[in-house]
Design a protein around this ligand. Structure first.
Ligand SMILES: [Cu+2]
Length: 391
C-alpha cells in the first residue's frame, strides 16, 4: 500500500529464488534413501499426564509419535534446556488422534511438554539426547540442496521481518495519531508479515505473549499488550464493555509494540534454520490456520482472519518451495500431492477476495467455513509427512 514491496513483488522474489535453486542442483541428482533415524518415541498425552516411552535417545533424527488419549485437544513441545525456546511442536491433536513430530536433535538436555487443553506451561519433563556414533550425513548432492533450502528460508524470514518492522512503525504512528481508519487498514497489512513468519516469532517465548496475546488466552495477572489489545480499541465492540484508550495509553501500547518488533527483527538477522525447523514450521502454520483463523478466533473484533489465513498459507508455501527440490528427489509423489493441495486451497481462498484483501470473517457462512476447513485439513495431512521425507 505504501513504499513497501507489494505482495506480487515478494512472490516474484520467491520465484527467482526457486529458479536459482533448480538451476544449481541439476548436476548432482541423487536418489539415495533418506538417512535412517534413531527410531520413534511413543508419547501418550492424557488430560493429566504426558508419558514418553523413553526419555533418552541418541543424537540424530528423532520422531515423537504423540497419541492423544485424553478428552481435550492437546499439543506436544520439545524445548531447549531453558524451557522457553521451542525446537519443535505438534499442535492441534484431537482426542483419539496420533501426530508425529520429527526433529534433528544434537546431544544435550531438553524439556518435553504435553499441553492438554492447549493452555499454560503444560506437563513438562526432562529429555536427554546422548552422543551418537551413527553418522546421519546426507549424500553430497542432497547436502547441497539442503544448504540452498536453509539459505533461501533464512533470506525469506529476514525479508518478512524487514517488512514487518516497517509496517508496524507505520501502523503505530497512525494509531498514536488517532487516524483510526488508516490504522485499521494498516493493521491487517502489517500483520501479514507477522503471520507469514509466525512459527519463528512464536519461538521467541518472551516476545510472543507481549506482542500477539489474545484476550481469551491471557494468563492470570498478565498485562495485555500488543496487536490484539490495540485491535479491540480500534474496533470497539458494539454495546459498550470497552472504554476507549486515552492517547497516553495508546502511545504506551504502540511504543511497546515497536520496541518488541525491533527486538524480533534484530534476532532474525543471523538466524539459521535446519530442515526440520523449516518443514515443521510449515506444518505449524497450517495448524495455526486450523485452530485460529478458520474458526475466526484470531481477529475477534477486526474480523480480518482471512488476511492472516492467507499469510499463514504464504509462509507454509514458501517453506515448502524451499524444500521442494529435495522432496522431489526423495518422494516425488508426496511432493506433487502437497503442490496440488496448496493450489486447491488457494483457489478456494481466492473466492473470498475483496479489493486488496478479503471479506470479513463474520460474513462467511457455516458452509463456506466448513469447506475452507476441509481444504486446510486436506493439505495438512501430506504436509505433516514432508519433514520426515526430507530429513
Ligand atoms: Cu506488506
Amino acid at each position: 500500500m505504501t513504499s513497501r514491496p507489494t505482495r506480487s513483488m515478494v512472490l516474484l522474489g520467491g520465484t527467482a529464488l526457486a529458479v536459482a535453486l533448480t538451476a544449481g542442483c541439476t548436476r548432482n541428482v541423487s536418489t539415495a534413501a533418506p538417512a535412517t533415524g534413531t527410531g520413534a518415541v511413543a508419547v501418550t498425552s492424557t488430560d493429566d499426564a504426558c508419558r514418553l516411552a523413553t526419555t533418552s535417545v541418541p543424537a540424530g533424527k528423532v520422531t515423537f509419535d504423540v497419541t492423544n488419549k485424553g478428552t481435550k485437544v492437546t499439543e506436544f513441545y520439545l524445548y531447549a534446556a531453558d524451557g522457553k525456546r521451542i525446537l519443535g511442536e505438534a499442535e492441534n491433536i484431537a482426542p483419539g488422534l496420533t501426530r508425529s513430530l520429527v526433529v534433528t536433535a544434537a546431544e544435550g538436555s531438553y524439556l518435553t511438554a504435553c499441553k492438554p487443553g492447549m493452555t499454560g506451561d503444560g506437563i513438562r519433563a526432562a529429555f536427554t539426547v546422548t552422543a551418537s556414533h551413527e553418522a546421519v550425513a546426507a549424500p553430497a548432492g542432497d547436502q547441497e540442496l539442503a544448504g540452498q533450502a536453509k539459505a533461501a528460508y533464512a533470506t525469506y524470514i529476514r525479508a518478512e521481518a524487514d517488512q514487518l518492522l516497517e509496517g508496524t512503525k507505520e501502523y503505530a504512528e497512525l494509531y498514536k495519531a488517532g487516524k483510526d481508519d488508516e490504522a485499521r487498514e494498516e493493521y491487517a497489512e502489517a500483520r501479514t508479515h507477522w503471520e507469514r513468519m509466525e512459527p519463528v516469532a512464536e519461538s521467541f517465548g518472551d516476545l510472543d505473549p507481549r506482542m500477539d496475546a489474545r484476550e481469551a488466552d491471557l494468563e492470570p495477572g498478565q498485562e495485555w499488550t500488543g496487536w490484539h489489545a490495540m485491535e479491540k480499541d480500534l474496533w470497539q465492540p458494539a454495546g459498550g464493555g470497552h472504554t476507549a484508550l486515552t492517547p497516553a495509553q495508546r502511545a504506551k501500547l504502540a511504543d511497546q509494540l515497536v520496541t518488541d518488533t525491533e527486538e524480533l527483527h534484530r534476532r532474525t538477522r543471523d538466524m539459521a534454520f535446519t530442515l526440520d525447523q523449516i518443514g515443521n514450521g510449515a506444518k505449524s502454520l497450517l495448524d495455526e490456520v486450523a485452530t485460529g483463523k478458520v474458526t475466526g478466533e484470531e481477529e475477534t473484533w477486526s474480523h480480518t482472519d482471512l488476511w492472516d489465513f492467507q499469510a499463514n498459507i504464504d509462509g507454509a508455501k514458501e517453506a515448502y518451495e524451499t524444500l521442494h527440490p529435495l522432496l522431489q528427489q526423495r518422494n516425488p509423489q508426496l511432493d506433487q500431492e502437497i503442490d496440488e493441495r496448496f493450489d486447491a486451497l488457494q483457489a478456494l481462498l481466492d473466492t473470498h477476495r475483496k479489493g486488496d484483501g478479503f471479506v470479513g470473517y463474520d460474513t462467511l457462512s457455516k458452509d463456506q467455513v466448513k469447506r475452507l476447513s476441509d481444504a486446510v485439513n486436506a493439505l495438512s495431512e501430506p504436509l505433516s509427512r514432508m519433514t520426515g521425507a526430507v530429513l
